[in-house]
Design a protein. Structure first.
Length: 456
């Protein structure tokens, strides 16, 4: 088909708008949905331009769930004025709520869970024909591979410099605060050949940084026959032409062994950054969370990582206000944060989630009062901001290598990219820089990133 014809066909195709909440796994699933519908839809930015709207939802915290329900309220109004619009909900809330989501939201035409994305084209068609509203939330044991979704033709022009690649689905750890095992199912590893195929394809289309996704990436391969290992997978990916940086999110501290640690000394493509969720610095709280490690082991891992990679940036997730958390527990978390000196941290206030052990185990009287949780959150955030600023300020006047991803989200005239340690860096450059590594002299540092001048 000629390019003109293709462009014309695309102009006449119905618009598809995807709204994505939550983590990178959801972003990746949204990419898959786009590929699945690429032949029959054109991607549009706003719901007002769309004939098909899919909301990819997140239920990891109640805040994200509230955002979903308020968006669904707005979209119901839009559907009342344009009844031909089809509205679907995918992702973790879809998986968790199923039929209930349809019952509570009259505008929703279909609900599709985390294991059934391949059914979306059929669900859309059925809705367009005026069929009954549908729910598809059955769990599958096998990996839902979508071969058609990753052909070179469909990815062309959509693959950025940074490619997300899922290596694992679900989680079998059952941390007591976490909804993931019920929304994404048991841990299932994807076949190494499929992973390598996707990485090769994306690298051939311009991706230079690969981000491997999974809930506990370093337990990858234990369920495969024959068994496989995460370390071996990383070494194979490092051999793929065009892959200059490898990242992953997130490893679990309880599954860190020497073959994993050695990657940081031996694989040059592995970026000097690790996101290693700690959640709490108190052993008592870690036990109640069922995290399966103690703070001493976590600190030992940090030391061993830094011995192997002295420039390593470490980031983390922390929950404050877990039920029964005392001032002493919190002080231990603050102390750990200062000892590790994270480059950045995602801090969250505990929120009870459906179908979790913490929800059924703790009574309301064991919950941390909201004002205390807020005060702890604030204290931790201030401490972390100070440390992040110190890390970033240490780069003032120095040259950094930035892999350029695109326009800045803050100031559109600037470009944005990441240094190897994953810190965001903005600079004035040319759009021709997108996709390449450029040298930038750092002129400004904040707790959240760097700004500088591109060196020719
Ligand atoms: S390791 Fe724990 S926190 Fe992470 S996804 Fe699994 S259950 Fe949730």
């Amino acid at each position: 088909m000629s390019i003109d014809r293709l462009a014309m066909d695309q102009m006449t195709q119905p618009g598809l708008c995807i709204k994505t909440f939550g983590c990178q796994m959801n972003e990746y699933d949204s990419e898959k949905i786009v590929h699945l519908l690429a032949a029959s839809h054109r991607l549009v930015e706003s719901p007002e331009e769309a004939e098909l709207i899919i909301v990819n939802s997140c239920s990891v915290r109640d805040k994200a769930e509230h955002k979903l329900f308020s968006l669904l309220g707005e979209l119901r109004d839009l559907k009342e004025s344009r009844p031909s619009v089809v509205l679907g909900v995918a992702g973790c809330v879809a998986q968790q709520e199923g039929q209930e989501l349809l019952r509570r939201n009259s505008g929703v035409d279909f609900v599709v869970g985390t294991h059934n994305l391949s059914l979306i084209p059929a669900l859309v068609q059925r809705a367009r024909r005026g069929g009954e509203r549908q729910v598809a939330v059955d769990f599958r044991e096998e990996w839902e591979e979508l071969p058609a979704a990753f052909s070179a033709l469909e990815l062309e022009g959509r693959t950025g410099v940074r490619a997300l690649v899922a290596i694992q689905r679900g989680c079998s750890k059952r941390c007591t605060f976490c909804v993931v095992p019920t929304t994404r199912g048991e841990e299932v590893s994807r076949s190494a050949e499929e992973i390598l195929r996707e990485v090769r394809l994306k690298a051939s289309l311009g991706a230079r940084e690969v981000v491997l996704l999974g809930q506990t990436v370093n337990s990858y391969g234990r369920d495969l026959h024959p068994r496989a290992s995460f370390a071996a997978l990383i070494r194979r990916i490092a051999q793929i032409k065009g892959v200059e940086r490898i990242r992953f999110t997130s490893p679990h501290p309880a599954d860190v062994h020497s073959d994993f640690l050695d990657l940081y000394a031996e694989v040059p493509q592995l970026a000097p950054h690790i996101h290693l969720p700690v959640q709490s610095g108190s052993n008592r709280i870690l036990r109640l969370m069922k995290r399966n490690y103690r703070r001493e082991r976590y600190l030992q891992i940090v030391e061993e990582l830094r011995n192997r990679s002295p420039q390593l940036a470490i980031t983390t997730d922390i929950i404050v206000g877990f039920p029964t958390e005392t001032d002493e527990d919190f002080a231990l978390t603050l102390e750990l944060l200062r000892e590790v000196r994270y480059h950045s941290a995602f801090l969250f206030k505990y929120s009870p989630r459906p179908n979790t052990a913490a929800l059924s185990r703790f009574s309301a009287s064991e919950e941390v009062p909201p004002a205390s949780a807020q005060a702890r959150f604030q204290t931790l955030q201030e401490a972390q901001d100070e440390i992040s600023l110190q890390h970033n300020a240490s780069l003032l006047g120095r040259q950094v290598q930035v892999l350029v991803e695109g326009a800045s989200n803050n100031i559109r005239s600037l470009l944005r990219g990441r240094i190897p340690q994953n810190t965001l860096c903005e600079f004035a450059g040319d759009s021709a820089d997108i996709g390449s590594v450029v040298h930038v002299q750092v002129e400004h540092a904040s707790a959240h990133g760097l700004r500088g001048n591109r060196l020719s």
